[in-house]
Design a protein around this ligand. Structure first.
Ligand SMILES: Cc1cc2nc3c(=O)[nH]c(=O)nc-3n(C[C@H](O)[C@H](O)[C@H](O)COP(=O)(O)OP(=O)(O)OC[C@H]3O[C@@H](n4cnc5c(N)ncnc54)[C@H](O)[C@@H]3O)c2cc1C
Ligand code: FES
Length: 426
């Protein structure tokens, strides 16, 4: 499904007509979504809006919603599509209808929700789940249910909020695309994509991109979900598999319902491992991409290497979660595990605050938040790079290796601890 030009035009019309996107959410988009009878009227409206936007662009009146200094872009949720019982796709368009920067399939965006009353900005990372298209970015987000009624939205429950608190027409701030987990654009051989659950999102992007840009190149997708209720993209994957001989999809249901039939709803039952996949895997040198729970990926990578796959042909992305964040063997760097100083003073230069570090804090990010110092963060596990700050004086130790490159003099606050007194540019 593509975002229609009239939807894009209508989104951009919001900015042009001078409404805040929140106002527009209350008016235009509500009718857009619910009223079929008004479709023709809306199309006319959208064409008119598109013409006005084009005119505004020619005249240089339209202000870009992209802030080059911060890298944040205001985007409008043009459309949402439920992909399964708990996964929803969000089609985001630039709030002024500008063409979007391209990305390498596998990369992700940082998404920022409205700033709370304390000025804190809740951030999360989401993989782009469609092939690059200058008209829109698509994210597909699994709702992680919120159990506590008094959930602190600035810290957790963001996916729940995205599902329940935002509607078509609302706006979000987005940074990126970014990330080092992506296809190797120079590699022409087969791709082997392995996904568990919501780990499918970067794989869908890679698969669609390959079909568009490298027709005929074999792409193997091994996808494990619980059952058809939690099987996002089932329709499009079946379509690609039946129409394109280069697409080889094998779907595993770990807990199929009694009415679900092998060969119709899914291909295999249980969990997949390298032994089970052996007969399906290509014999030619291939690139392997994994996305799922951390422990599963670590184990799978080991199994692939034992089966003869070169470590540099395996890449994986951690979405975070309860298990410790880890990095692929191919990206691991030596890391210190020594104990940090018991009491150090950390100075935050820009906010002109200082705080005493003790072992109760897991990271510099934790320390900052405990002292009401707002730092940007995303994955909180060294994956996205959102929490980077400049180290001005002193030393830090990492609790785990960063899985993004960190420039000399920079530190990732989510996985670092002070090693003695420290001053940072925050
Ligand atoms: C690079 C990257 C790409 C990502 N891409 C996607 C994507 O395409 N789609 C998507 O839905 N999510 C994706 N995520 C995960 C996403 O960023 C959030 O972590 C997720 O939406 C949960 O956020 P939350 O605020 O709802 O949950 P939180 O309030 O942070 O957590 C609630 C509970 O759920 C657990 N939890 C949080 N995240 C996960 C997880 N990923 N797996 C298992 N348990 C979890 C927590 O430990 C906690 O117990 C990605 C993460 C990274 C780092
Ligand atoms: S918050 Fe993602 S790297 Fe620190």
């Amino acid at each position: 499904m593509l975002v229609s030009p009239e939807i894009v035009a209508a989104g951009t019309a919001a900015a042009f007509l001078g409404y805040s996107t929140w106002q527009v959410a209350e008016t235009f988009w509500e009718s857009w979504r619910h009223s079929n009878e008004a479709r023709q009227r809306r199309l006319d409206h959208a064409s008119l809006a598109a013409a006005k936007i084009e005119q505004a662009r020619i005249e240089g009146v339209l202000k870009s919603p992209y802030n080059a200094a911060t890298g944040w872009r205001q985007m409008v949720i043009a459309e949402t599509v439920d992909e399964s019982s708990d996964c929803r796709s969000f089609y985001l368009v630039d709030a002024a209808g500008e063409a979007l920067p391209t990305f390498i399939p596998g990369q992700h965006l940082l998404i920022q929700l409205p700033v709370d009353k304390h000025g804190r900005k809740p951030l999360r990372c989401y993989s782009l789940s469609d092939a690059p298209d200058p008209r829109y970015y698509r994210l597909t987000i699994k709702r992680v249910p919120v159990t506590k009624s008094d959930v602190d939205r600035t810290k957790n429950g963001l996916s729940d909020y995205l599902h329940t608190g935002l509607r078509e027409g609302d706006s979000v701030l987005v940074k990126g695309p970014q990330g080092h987990f992506h296809v190797d654009p120079n590699f022409k051989g087969p791709l082997v994509l392995m996904a568990l659950g919501i780990g499918i999102t970067p794989m869908i992007s890679m698969l669609r991109w390959s079909l568009q840009s490298h027709p005929g190149r074999e792409v193997y997708l091994f996808f494990q979900v619980r059952n058809s209720e939690q099987h996002p993209f089932a329709t499009i994957l079946n379509k690609w598999r039946s129409e394109r001989s280069e697409v080889k999809v094998t779907t595993f249901y770990s807990r199929p319902e009694t009415h679900e039939v092998k060969g119709i709803h899914f291909d295999e039952t249980g969990r997949f491992d390298v032994t089970r996949l052996g007969p399906f895997l290509p014999s030619a040198r291939s690139k392997y991409y994994l996305c799922g729970p951390n422990e599963w990926m670590m184990d799978f990578e080991k199994q692939l290497i034992i089966a003869g796959v070169d470590a540099e042909d395996v890449a994986w992305e951690s979405f975070g979660g309860d298990t410790p964040a880890v990095v692929p063997a191919s990206q691991a760097t030596p890391n210190s595990d020594s104990v940090t100083a018991l009491h150090s003073t950390v100075s935050f230069k820009r906010t002109e605050k200082s705080a005493v570090w003790n072992q109760e804090h897991k990271s510099l990010l934790d320390l900052a938040e405990a002292n009401d110092i707002a730092l940007e963060s995303g994955c909180r596990s060294g994956v996205c790079g959102a929490c980077v700050v400049k180290k001005l004086c002193g030393k830090v130790k990492y609790t785990k290796s960063p899985s993004v490159p960190v420039a000399e003099g920079d530190i990732l606050t989510c996985i670092s601890q002070p090693d003695g007194d420290l001053e940072i540019d925050a």
